[in-house]
Design a protein around this ligand. Structure first.
Ligand SMILES: Nc1nc2c(c(=O)[nH]1)N[C@H]1C(S)=C(S)[C@@H](COP(=O)(O)OP(=O)(O)OC[C@H]3O[C@@H](n4cnc5c(=O)[nH]c(N)nc54)[C@H](O)[C@@H]3O)O[C@H]1N2
Ligand SMILES: Nc1nc2c(c(=O)[nH]1)N[C@H]1C(S)=C(S)[C@@H](COP(=O)(O)OP(=O)(O)OC[C@H]3O[C@@H](n4cnc5c(=O)[nH]c(N)nc54)[C@H](O)[C@@H]3O)O[C@H]1N2
Ligand code: SF4
Ligand SMILES: [Mo]
Length: 899
């Protein structure tokens, strides 16, 4: 393999270019690609930790049929046979593919072609239904096509950036870095619209903590304000759009004057006015939106309410202006381009007779699927009620990520045929698969992805496939051939598929469809290999596109953009006496979805050891929940156990849980299990940001923390959350019966050889045991009736040492870091592994007053900068404490380590 390979980060839709190369010791390193137009060399904490995830742990290495290892020949034949048998008996509509925005475009294209062209059903849908479906629907309603008009550089050219339902600081960190840098230069105003205070508020001039679901009302109110303040663009409205009056009337029907609106949204009237005035008076406005908009039962209307305001002011398609949907997954856009959603056919075409006939001719089949297929939530309902009898799941973990996850599990359990393609063998969904197919992972696979600004970049392999893993396009093509469609799937490599996909995009297009990359249809294998990032459309004979819609022509029949009349409706999930809190769910800075890959990097897992239940002090107090204790969250759909973090960032009446944990990492922490199957009526996207729940303390008899060189089975306990750690594995534990702790100690004694050191304080109920082998710490278990206040980073550091001297052993038994190995605290800066305690100590001793000074002293925040908002929070707290003369320890420290 070559020394340095340019490829693309496999995480978020920013789509950063990375360079993988080997150091002198032969270890792979991953750094930002200075030449890539998405990031110009920058990375975030997840991108910077990519090399650490290139490990065999957990990988699915061989095909498996009904629990036994099989060869590829047998596996492919069995999948084809069982799918065919199902279709023969129950019809094409009885099989389904559930795919993912984490497939490469080439994989995705082949899966879509097999289902819609050759099986003849549209029952292929993707996890993008959970992610981008409302944006797709909103774009189509407004523009006649699913087009993202703007570019990343528009965030740097804008004078006002509005973040709606987007935690850009954590979820699109490199865009956030670019925005922060632009703000430092030109003083960009930033407004954050989000029910909770997030790290993105760090650069905000204004944070509107609106009531969940209030976005349509807010943007309708803005439209009315723009009209009343005379800030419209009448020429643009007249010549380039239709439906303005209807939209304005709808806005007026729903919303009263600003005072009443502010009250309805739970906002101060002055703040609302400030936002309206900023928007009205600033020409260069970019409105960035993400899951707080999409994942809602009014998601499509939210998208259109936002776009309406940009159309009304003519602020679209010009420098530093426009509505901007930032995509989540690395290939969310590519999936839309190939037609991976059940309500699209292919290459941004739908199911009209003409389009179906055209695609059938292109694929050389008598007919393609007749109409729209089942959307994700409906698809799993159909699995549950037996309409779907065979499902092939690729590159997604629906047992965790779909609403009503427990019902999804029951449906999969009862389904006669579940096929799974994944690189990881230990996912929750994998437990239900009859046939498991090992896919190559990042670094081993080759193809293309499209980022949020329509840039198509290559992902290139730099590692050999592990075990018998194969690329997804290869697996699907082999199955297609075994089903009798060999000629149409005779691809030799991803370049063959890409050329066909590009040719279809240009086929009888003539400027009628936005997605056209005909210029790339003739790339030979060598040119495909070397292809530089380019932006679509790239029409044959012209240059790749830049910003779109600058000329005010859209892809509707008459070329005009549509205003959509949106009327605000309250969310369907509401609190009751029984379930009196609103649950909001989302992401953490250093984890990616169900943690199958980011969970492998100790430096990423250290930022948040456990799932945290973020709750306002008033709600916590009313329920007897102390910071750092464990709590149960429940409703009619499911249960979740998490560590309580009391915080004013959360409004009263609302709580927040992360979506990342699964049965592979914790006892009971699947957020999807608490979400009802409520969907947006237009897009079918589930309202993953809202559920009514109740919270109560978990009646734990004891708490524990266990660090060990090898994994220990703790799954019988009421609470456990385990993660990779430096030196091995770290588990947070709690049990309902006191004797369970002693049983665990007995089990550890039996499993571990070597010496054991003990400390017991019966009066306090504390127990500390440490097991050593050849001088090295192989396990340490601390038990206490209360949540433990031991520094996990310090434990990790001890476990990573070759041998522990007497002082270290003594401090271990004392449960406290000693002078030689000071406590560092929970990791705040994951790039340089700088902990909370180290930062506080440096601030106090060095009288530091800015993140730059902390960076100079400790390096924290000087690489990816993702922790700068947290550094500021710590500084602010220290400053306040020193003014008040109460420079006490750790009061701002989050609960996951305060214990
Ligand atoms: N670190 C990290 N980054 C990621 C991912 C990851 O797993 N980890 N996943 C990627 C993917 S696939 C996606 S889709 C993106 C998601 O990126 P984001 O959408 O930015 O992330 P989320 O945390 O899901 O939700 C964003 C915010 O919506 C807010 N919200 C909830 N309800 C409402 C509402 O009614 N109105 C408004 N205005 N806001 C609301 C939440 O409080 C939350 O802060 O992130 C991508 N990037
Ligand atoms: N409660 C709640 N639920 C949510 C959300 C939320 O905000 N709240 N967000 C939703 C959103 S926006 C999204 S995008 C989804 C994400 O949810 P999922 O798609 O279920 O989550 P991932 O963990 O990314 O699952 C990807 C799987 O594909 C595997 N994989 C990675 N690369 C490849 C590959 O090249 N080939 C194959 N075959 N497999 C591969 C990984 O090992 C992993 O098992 O979650 C949704 N669910
Ligand atoms: S912002 Fe981070 S996660 Fe997203 S593509 Fe760039 S490096 Fe990867
Ligand atoms: Mo997503």
């Amino acid at each position: 393999m070559t020394a340095a390979v340019r490829t693309t980060c496999p995480y978020c839709g920013v789509g950063c270019g990375v360079v993988a190369s080997r150091d002198e010791a032969g270890h792979w390193q991953v750094r930002g690609d200075e030449q890539h137009p998405a990031n110009f060399g920058r990375l975030c904490s997840k991108g910077a930790a990519l090399a650490e995830t290139l490990v065999p742990e957990g990988r699915l290495l061989f095909p498996e049929i009904d629990g036994r290892r099989a060869g590829w020949g047998e596996a492919v034949a069995t999948v084809a046979e069982r799918l065919k048998a199902t279709i023969d008996v129950h019809g094409a509509g009885s099989v389904a593919f559930y795919v993912s925005g984490q497939l490469l475009t080439e994989d995705y294209y082949v899966a879509n072609k097999l289902m819609k062209g050759f099986i003849g059903s549209s029952n292929i849908d993707t996890n993008s239904r959970l992610c981008m479906a409302s944006t797709v629907a909103g774009h189509k309603r407004a523009f006649g096509s699913d087009t993202v008009p703007g570019l990343y550089v528009d965030l740097e050219l804008a004078d006002l950036v509005v973040l709606v339902g987007s935690n850009l600081a954590w979820c699109h960190p490199v865009l956030f870095q670019r925005l922060r840098a632009a703000q430092e230069k030109r003083g960009t105003r930033v407004v954050v619209i989000d029910p909770r205070r997030t790290d993105s508020c760090d650069i905000a001039d204004l944070h509107l903590a609106l009531q969940p679901g209030g976005d349509v009302a807010l943007f309708n109110g803005l439209l009315l304000h723009l009209a009343e303040a005379g800030q419209l663009a009448p020429d643009f409205i007249r010549n380039k759009t239709r439906g303005f009056e209807e939209a304005l009337t709808a806005a007026r029907t729903g919303e009263a004057e600003a005072g009443a609106l502010a009250q309805k949204l739970g906002l101060a009237e002055a703040d609302l006015q400030k936002f309206f005035n900023l928007f009205a008076q600033t020409e260069r406005v970019v409105t960035v939106f993400s899951q707080g908009v999409n994942q809602s039962d009014t998601g499509t209307d939210k998208v259109n309410a936002i776009i309406n305001c940009h159309l009304a002011t003519g602020r679209i398609g010009r420098e530093g202006m426009g509505p901007f949907s930032v995509t989540g997954q690395p290939n969310a856009m590519g999936g839309r381009e190939v037609g991976g959603l059940a309500n699209q056919l292919a290459a941004h075409m739908g199911f009209s007779a003409a389009e179906r006939e055209r695609v059938a001719r292109f694929w050389a089949v008598p007919a393609v699927a007749g109409g729209e297929g089942l959307k994700a939530v409906e698809m799993f309902e159909a699995v549950a009620d037996g309409r779907i009898k065979a499902i092939w799941i690729m590159a997604t973990n629906p047992a965790v990520s779909l609403p009503q996850a427990d019902a999804v599990r029951a449906a999969l359990e009862a389904c006669p045929l579940v096929i799974l393609s994944d690189c990881i063998g230990t996912t929750d969904t994998g437990r239900y698969a009859h046939i498991r197919l090992p896919a190559t992972g990042w670094g081993e696979k080759d193809g293309t992805v499209t980022n949020s600004e329509r840039t198509i970049s290559r992902q290139r392999a730099f590692l050999p496939a592990l075990g018998e893993a194969r690329p997804d396009w290869w697996i699907i093509s082999r199955v297609a051939a075994a089903m009798g469609h060999g000629a149409a799937f005779a691809y030799q490599g991803p370049a063959d598929i890409f050329r066909e996909h590009a040719a279809l995009s240009a086929f009888e297009n003539d400027g009628t469809r936005d997605f056209d990359i005909g210029a790339a249809a003739d790339l030979d294998d060598a040119a495909y290999d070397k292809a530089q990032p380019f932006r679509w459309p790239w029409v044959a004979g012209s240059a790749p596109a830049g910003r779109l819609f600058g000329g005010g022509r859209f892809f509707t029949a008459d070329g005009r953009a549509n205003f959509v009349a949106t009327i605000s409706r309250p969310p369907r999930s509401r609190v009751s006496q029984e379930f009196s809190l609103l649950l909001n769910t989302g992401r953490y800075r250093d984890q990616w979805h169900t943690m199958t890959r980011t969970g492998l990097a100790a430096r990423l897992t250290a930022h948040r050891s456990e799932p945290l239940l973020e709750i306002n002090p008033a709600d916590a107090g009313a329920r007897g929940l102390a910071d750092g204790c464990l709590a149960e969250v429940e409703n009619a759909d499911g249960r979740y156990i998490a560590r309580v973090r009391v915080t004013a960032a959360q409004q009263a009446g609302q709580i927040f849980l992360p979506m990342h944990w699964s049965g592979a990492f914790a006892a009971r922490a699947v957020a999807g299990a608490l979400i009802p199957p409520v969907v947006d009526p237009v897009s079918g996207q589930p309202a993953l940001k809202l559920a009514a729940v109740e919270v109560k303390p978990l009646a734990a008899a004891w708490h524990g923390v266990l660090i060990s060189a090898a994994p220990v089975d703790v799954t019988e306990l009421a609470y456990w959350a385990r993660r990779r750690a430096r030196g091995g594995y770290l588990a947070e534990l709690a049990g309902l019966a006191a004797e369970e702790a002693e049983e665990l100690i007995t089990r550890l004694d039996a499993a571990l050889e070597g010496e054991r050191l003990d400390y017991r304080d019966p009066a306090r109920g504390t127990v500390r045991h440490a097991w050593f082998a050849g001088g090295r710490l192989v396990a340490a278990l601390f038990v206490s009736p209360q949540p433990l206040r031991v520094d996990r980073s310090w434990l990790e550091a001890l476990a990573a040492e070759e041998a522990l001297d007497g002082a270290a052993r003594a401090s271990l038994l004392a449960g406290r870091a000693g002078a030689g190995r000071p406590a560092t605290g929970r990791i705040v800066c994951s790039c340089f592994q700088v902990g909370f305690d180290s930062i506080v100590t440096a601030i106090r001793t060095g009288r530091l007053t800015s993140p730059a000074e902390i960076g100079a002293a400790l390096k924290a925040g000087t690489n990816c900068g993702s922790c700068i908002p947290e550094l500021k929070e710590i500084l602010a707290h220290e400053h306040a404490a020193s003014l008040a003369g109460t420079a006490g320890p750790r009061t701002v420290e989050p609960a996951d380590n305060a214990a």
